[in-house]
Design a protein around this ligand. Structure first.
Ligand code: 13P
Ligand code: SF4
Length: 352
């Protein structure tokens, strides 16, 4: 939206876009916050990046750029503003800081965790390196900077297959999401193995993905039962699943891709009804953008970490310059190599 809009204009725009999703009284209050944030943004020469999981009243108003992890990493690498406010979770804001050491990077929440990022430590990675010397290590971007610093390259859900296929080696270590690793193994025709079950005898390490046991606490909840229920009630429903979902869920879906790939799928398809198996605010954002389509509300699971980022917290973040993301320089330099290598590799799907 235009950052110079008055309160009345902002209110009108929000009622038009979000009137079917958010009650009018709430929208009026939120519009006041939006105007305040946009003024602060201008005054402080800041850019706001918003992940696709932000709640609709935030998603459609204050970010200069919205997108999936890959797109936002690219935007973070390009910005010339003094301050980056990352409306997402900590690992995303850390990636922005890794790419912009001289800028102030703010996360509007003091926590902003992620169950995947919490599932692996530097010691775990070092243990794997010792167990599988010479095997390339790819880590999902949903990890903290110290883990990124230990590996060869990062990936996101939007380029995981391309990153795995960028290695000449047949066997790679893929951390920490068990389900993403299993889904990428299917896509790349590799066998999936987990460390406890793996022999370190290199002759048995042919064409494998060596995975880890991390899970997204949101996506692991989706089941094939959700799909069966939706298909029974709405035989024409198109099922779209994020690749952090269990492999049997992805297998029974019509399409799987990053959050932006799912958004684009709905934009480009003519189908009337969709079951979106990912964080539920994104379903609301797609519904707001496509009022003529129906989002089947069988699954409504909100990421508790993304939920910490509100308009109030975003306003306070700019007002009080909080919460500053810092990454020690030695870790940052090593982590940057992994992020830069990822950014140089194409994505699986075209971005907007
Ligand atoms: P995307 O990269 O697809 O936006 O996913 C990030 C994420 O955390 C999904 O749970
Ligand atoms: Fe992490 Fe899952 Fe939340 Fe994404 S949805 S930020 S993977 S906990």
């Amino acid at each position: 939206m235009n950052a110079c809009m008055t309160l009345e204009q902002t209110c009108k725009m929000m009622v038009k876009k979000l009137g079917k999703i958010i009650p009018d009284v709430e929208l009026r209050y939120k519009a006041e916050l939006v105007v305040e944030i946009n003024e602060l943004k201008k005054e402080k020469n800041a850019v706001i990046l918003g992940h696709n999981y932000m709640e609709p009243a935030l998603f459609y108003t204050v970010p200069d750029f919205v997108g999936d992890s890959l797109e936002l990493s690219r935007k973070a690498a390009e910005t010339d503003k003094d301050i980056i406010v990352f409306c997402g979770v900590r690992f995303m804001a850390e990636t922005a800081k890794i790419l912009n050491p001289d800028k102030t990077v703010l996360l509007p929440s003091a926590k902003g965790g992620c169950s995947l990022a919490a599932s692996i430590t530097v010691d775990d990675v070092r243990m794997l390196k010792a167990k599988f010397p010479g095997v390339p290590i790819i880590t999902y971007i949903n990890t903290y900077a110290d883990v990124k610093a230990e590996v060869d390259v990062c990936c996101t859900s939007g380029n995981a297959k391309a990153v795995v296929e960028s290695f000449a080696e047949e066997t790679v270590i893929f951390l920490p999401d068990e389900y993403l690793a299993r889904n990428v193994a299917v896509e790349t025709g590799k066998k999936i193995i987990f460390p406890s079950a793996v022999s370190t005898d290199s002759s048995s390490q042919k064409n494998q993905i060596i995975g880890w046991g991390g899970r997204c606490e949101v996506h692991e909840k989706f089941t094939t039962g959700d799909i069966a229920d939706a298909r029974e009630q709405f035989p024409d429903v198109v099922v779209l699943a994020h690749p952090e979902c269990p492999p049997e869920v992805v297998e029974q879906s019509d399409y799987s891709g990053s959050t932006t790939a799912i958004v684009n799928y709905v934009k480009q398809s003519n189908a009337q009804r969709y079951l979106v198996l990912t964080e539920c605010s994104m379903g609301d954002n797609i519904a707001a953008e496509n009022p003529d389509r129906e989002m089947v509300r069988i699954c409504s699971i909100r990421c508790p970490h993304m939920n910490e980022i509100t308009l109030e917290e975003t306003r306070d973040s700019l007002k009080n310059i909080q919460y500053k993301i810092e990454v020690p320089e030695d870790i940052r330099l090593r982590a940057k190599k992994s992020v830069d290598r990822m950014l140089a590799i194409g994505s699986n799907v075209p971005s907007n």
